[in-house]
Design a protein around this ligand. Sequence first.
Ligand code: IMP
Ligand code: MG
Length: 178
Amino acid sequence: MSVVLKDKTFEVFLSKEQIQRRVLELGRKIAVDFQGKDVIVIGVLNGCFMFFADLCRAIEMPMVTTFIKVSSYQGTKSTEKVKTIFGLSENIEGKKVLIVEDIVDTGFSMKELLAQLKPMNPESISIATLLFKPEAFRFNYAVDYVGFEIPNKFVVGYGLDYDGLGRNLPEIYQLRNS
Ligand code: IMP
Ligand code: MG
């Protein structure tokens, strides 16, 4: 099955069933690892929204859930994007933080996020991402929970977008080779 979004065609890459099965596994693993701990699960909007909703339902234990947004703006000196967190109203000091992302690609966004959360003195910070592109990853911090390692190709669906489109697709699609 394929979908067309604007000028691009995408082919199904991960089915609803594959995603749901893997998300359940991740949720159960996380529940075992964090059982009895003071956990705050932070979803990074917008991309995380579907994964976050399914993952949190699969983590069967009491926990605080919240969202942040990361805004990027052009730095003054270079073209490197500087990212700022907003929307975090909870105090994370002394808590075990689990960041939930849709995708870790180069890893730059997550690196920036970690750098801003660390000074807030959480007990620990772990990362759960549905998708991880090992060939694109440029850093060496641990990505603790990975749904799927995928090739370095653009994907959409299940929260991920192409120019704002495609987030509502229940499957994950990969850009067709042209
Ligand atoms: P980073 O390269 O790890 O910093 O990823 C930055 C952001 O780019 C991610 O949080 C996504 O929002 C977006 N992104 C990276 N790869 C893809 C993709 O294949 N599809 C859709 N968005 C992507
Ligand atoms: Mg994202």
